[in-house]
Write a protein that binds this ligand. Structure first.
Ligand code: ITT
Length: 201
């Protein structure tokens, strides 16, 4: 198994990454193994910029492979909100519940046909200190429910109804979410890249 430092403060992401990584022969390591305070400011206007900012936060602290994830929920009828502001939609430091309740409130007048939404993940991956950063995207389409449902997952999962399912992401077993999620789709692209590069060696 190869070690992969996953640059995130979000325990939900780390949990998902660990189980997505295992079948890819990667061991996801949390940043706590660095025994240093790692922080960053997410000031970018795109998922890609923010993913790169996070990855750069561990430069000089870790020589091996590292991965960051910037993700969020996009609602086209709200002009793309919450987008890159997903984690702080209800204000800096806001809870997942406060964020999704704000979104439900903003969408209270929108009818079923106007409630489309999608999750996006942008992964930034660096194989080692001098390697070029590679980006991988994943997307999951669905719509926003009118009320929360389910106890699993994190973030906006309780209000996100996945296309082709009658349940929210929070009501699906975590193993099912990890098969179809934006994060898992982006990770499959990373896997293809890793295999291609192994074959070149
Ligand atoms: P790090 O920056 O430390 O990785 P974060 O939670 O701040 O953690 P982001 O800046 O990428 O991460 O914001 C992502 C937000 O988007 C996250 O807090 C959730 O609100 C939402 N989100 C992303 N992926 C999600 C998922 O799979 N399910 C539900 N909500 C998700």
């Amino acid at each position: 198994m190869d070690d992969l430092l996953v640059v995130t403060q979000n325990l939900g992401k780390i949990r998902e990454m660990s189980s997505i990584c295992a079948p890819l022969a990667l061991r996801a390591l949390p940043i706590s193994i660095l025994n240093k305070t790692v922080s960053w400011q997410e000031e970018g206007s795109t998922f890609r910029e923010n993913a790169l900012t996070k990855l750069n936060a561990v430069q000089g602290l870790w020589a091996g492979a590292s991965l960051s994830d910037d993700s969020g929920l996009v609602v086209p009828k709200l002009g793309g909100e919450p987008g890159v502001y997903s984690s702080r939609y209800a204000g800096e430091g806001s809870s997942d519940k406060a964020n999704f309740e704000k979104l439900l409130h903003e969408m209270r007048e929108l009818k079923a046909g106007d409630r489309d939404a999608f999750f996006v993940t942008c992964l930034a991956y660096r194989a080692h200190l001098d390697a070029k950063v590679q980006f991988f995207y994943g997307c999951l389409t669905g719509r926003i429910a009118c009320a929360p449902e389910g106890q699993g997952g994190f973030g906006y999962d309780p209000i996100f109804l996945v296309d082709g399912y009658q349940q929210t992401l929070a009501a699906l077993p975590e193993s099912e979410k990890n098969k179809i999620s934006h994060r898992s789709r982006a990770m499959q692209k990373l896997k293809k890249f890793l295999i291609k590069n192994l074959l070149k060696k």
